[in-house]
Structure formats: C-alpha cells, structure tokens
Design a binder for this molecule. Sequence first.
Ligand code: M6R
Length: 599
Amino acid sequence: MCGIIGYVGDREIVPILVEGLRKLEYRGYDSAGICVLDSGVLKAVKKEGKISELEKEESLRWISGKAGIAHTRWATHGKPDEINAHPHFDCENKIAIVHNGIIENYQALKKILIKEGHTIKSETDSEIIAHLIEKFYEGDLEEAVTKALELIEGAYGLAVLSSKEEKIIAAKKGSPLVIGIGDDEMFVASDVSPILGYTNKIIYLSDGEIAIIAKDRYLIKNLDGKKIDKEVHEIEGSIKEIEKGNFKHFMIKEIFEQPDVIESTIRGRIKGNRIKLNLDIDPKKIKRIILIACGTSWHSALIGKYIIEKYAGIPCEVDYASEFRYRNPLINEDDLVIAISQSGETADTIAALKEAKGKGAKALGIVNVVGSTISREVDSGIYLHAGPETGVASTKAFTSQVIALLMFSLFIRQEKGEEVDKVIFEEMGKLPGKIRKVLESSKKIREIAIMFKDKNNFLYFGRGINFPVALEGALKLKEISYIHAEGYPAAEMKHGPIALIDKNMPVVFLATKSPLSSKTLSNMEEVYARGGKIISIANEPTPEIQKFSEEMITVPETIEELSPIINVISLQLLAYHIADLKGLDVDKPRNLAKSVTVE
Ligand code: M6R
C-alpha cells in the first residue's frame, strides 16, 4: 500500500499535494515525494522518512504550477530512501510517474530497457513504467501510457505527468484510484481522503480503465480506447471514517482485508507450479531451521514448524525470541535462523537475531515493514506485502506470515529437486475466495459474541497444525477483551485443564477435518459430558459435532496446511465482536503498544 495524489487546477499546488500526502500517510510512510509541472519543467522533491521530512524541504517553497503528482511510499522493491522514493522519471526528466502495486515482470522489462539504452536509477519496479512511456512517447502521452500498460504484468494505480502537457493520465488495475471532480480543477488519488476537502464528487475507477484529467475536463476510457460513462458519486463523511472505510475499527478493517492481503503476499511469487523467491541460501547446506519470534508471530512460527518439516524435510525448532537471546543457544554454521515479525522492530526478536548471526547462523527475515531493522539485519527474506497494520491486535500479518512460510517450505522442496503436489497451488489460489466465505459469517459470530461476552474465562482447543491457532485465538481474545483465555493442544486437556470445565466455561474447538478429527471429537465429548459450552469451528455440521456444540461456525474445507488461515479468521472475528460489544478500545487495548521496541 502506498498513497497517490494528483492535482490539475489553479490553486497553489504544493500545499494541496503535501496536505494530501498527510491524509494518505496511513497507507505508507517510509519516503515521499512530489513533482510539479512548473513553466514547462518537471520539478521534484523527494525525501526519505515521513511527510514531515518532505515538508521541511526549503526547495518546495520555490515550486509552483498547475499540474502535479505526489506519493507516500510503503516500500516493496528496494529500500526506503530518496532514490527509490516516487515520483520516478524517464531518462530525460520529461515524464514523471507515481505508482502503487507491483510490476511482476519488471526484471524482464528492465533488461530490455537497459539494452535499448535507458538508465535505470532506482531499485524499484515502478521506475520501469516511466521508461516504457518514454519509449513509446511520440507527442501523445495517453497513447504512450496505453502502449506501456500493454506490456506490464501485475497491479497498478498509476498517475503520469509529462513536461509537455498540462494534464495527468491515471490508470488502474488491482490498486484503488479515484478521480475528484471540482469546479475548474480535478484530482486523482488512491482514496477519497485527500480530495474531500475540495469536492465530494467522486468517480471510482475500475480495473482496466484510464482517466485523462485536465483542469476543466476529464475522460475515462478502457485500454482499447473506448470511452466509458462513469457514475459520479456524491460522498459524505469524515476523513477518519474514510481511512477506516465503512469499518468501525482498524482491526475489523484489517480482518476484512485478508483476502486481498493473501493475494498480495503470493503475487509474483508463484508462476505455474513453481515458487519464485530471491533467497540468499543454498537449501542443500541447511541442516536445521530455527524460527524466532514473539506474540502472534511466534504462533505463525509454530505453524511454520509443521509445514517446514513436512515439505522442506529439514528439522525445525521454534523459540520465543526473548528466551532464545538469553539461553546461550547452540548454533552451527549450517543452521538457518528465520526471524518472523510484522513490524521488524521488536526488540527481543532483533536481539535474538543478532545472537544467532553472531554465532555464525545464516539469517532470513519474514517481515511486513520494508526497511525495518530486522529486514536490514538479515541476509535475505520474504516481505509480507500486507500493507500497514494499524490495529494493535495482529490479524492480517498472521495469515500472510503463514502463507509466506508455506511458500518458503515449498521453495526449499523445489530447490532440493523434489516434487510439489499441484493441489497445494490450486488450494492457495482458492484461498481468498474461501476467506471471503468465512467473513460472511461475521454477523453470526457477533450473535455468538453476544451470548458469551460476559464470561470471565475461555478455553481454546486444537490439535496438530491447529494447536497454534488455539493459542492465537486465545491471545486475540485476551489482548482486546481482557477476558482470561488459554489455548491448549486438545489432548493435553486431561492433564489438568479439564478440572476447569463446568457449565460456565466456554470452550472453542478447532474441529475442521484433519487426520486427527476422530480424536478431536472424543475430546469434545469429554468437555460436553462435563457441561462445558462448546463453540466449534467445523467444515460441516456432522451429527456428532452438532450434538456436542452449543454454537457452531462453519468454514470452507481446504488442505490441512491452509486450514489455520481459514480457521483463525473466525477466531479473530469472535475476539473482535466480544471486545466491541464490551465497548472497549479495540484498536488500542490497555497496556499494549503496536510495536514492542523495548525489552
Ligand atoms: O511486530 P511483531 O510481529 O514482531 O510483534 C510481535 C508481537 O508483539 C505481536 O504479535 C503482539 O503479540 C500482537 N499484539 C498480537 O496481536
């Protein structure tokens, strides 16, 4: 996720662009830049860091003009610095672009462009677009953009400015873009928040559409050049509401983003039945994998252990980063340590990573925030591409970590020359649709939340790969609702927790199909016999599950390795609805911080 704003009109342009970026900062904030067409010259200012850093630039005061574009970045390709910040330019500084999304075939296009004499300055995929437009430009910007887009594979929200034409060309595929229609002025942006102070007349571009916007007119076409009549929406509402979309909290917004996030984590990394990851490792030399993480990321690591041992065939250990760093672990040079972290800034995980590296281990990162400390400390890694996670309770980072760990395991298997079952790829493709199905249960889960919100304790039971899901469900509930909750492997119940079960104890069972289903059913029966109130997560209402369950949440069936992703979403929703019904501050629970940068 990044933010785009563009303006064509007579107002003072720099404040509009900078203020617009501020409103889009929630979409990404590691670097920013603006470009204005000033007396026939494209003048740009770019800065690493937050928008406030850009605002301090003295040179901004000397820029004026009637058309400009700006961007706040959440890095995906290349570190967050001034060179990689948008806008990007062609060789002659005659074409400027700002881009959201990922160009999947940029390496191939880059090679061709370099051969043709283009000089590429940044590490980004986005810069390629400016050079492609340059290649095709013969006096008509719209035509050149259209030809460039024909060559691009991937996702884009794009705004293009040329030194020769006082207009902006915008295009959309897979990344949101809206047009704002004012009186003798036009806007383009990645959402309505920077536009609404000026006009409430909005057009939502659809995939495959190009908009040509000048001060007093706009035109929308498809890629074949056919004009399209678009509905103009009149918007009402505050900016804060808009950042959250129609959602009450960031947490629920982020839960609902998960179908798109999973697509984004996978995008460009699977071609046919092959995994493409740029990892600086030789799989044949790895004798042991150690996963280090904290909190929710530690839960995804526990799932990772199952998947890595199954597909990569390498022994795998999981450690709390806070324990690993102080227990003087035995590390060899053929160990691979993987640090898993949403923020990339968790102090314990950073310290554990340094400890492992200091003892000679090879280090990888599975991280969301590009350019974060962990991403800089590791030899290579996998970015989650989940977009900024604002709610303190981690949701979309967890599911994208699990899919990243699966891709990592399959990659190792493939590089070792072993076959990967194509069913896994098929199921990964179906995952966003199946997650949407779970999200459709949100209303029903709220009804369940109404019934159980006043309980003081909850138990969560799961087996095998869904045991860590039980831990994660319990963590979600306790951190945002302040209800005491514990997760257990279901078979451990008889070694102690069973003593807690009576008619006042809600017990959440992960009972989706697995090789251990019959054993899970026996555990359910034991709880049922003691009066415990079972909420089951299951694929279908079999007579036994129905008999034992007070309430049931049905979720689509998938392969076992992907079931944690499907199952956890209903637990995220349960925790969210309980906390919301209790009137708590869901996004900022007491005593917690989003990023735990202290020991
Ligand atoms: O940024 P990280 O993934 O390293 O953060 C680790 C934990 O602090 C984090 O997952 C925490 O447990 C969340 N609040 C859980 O929702």
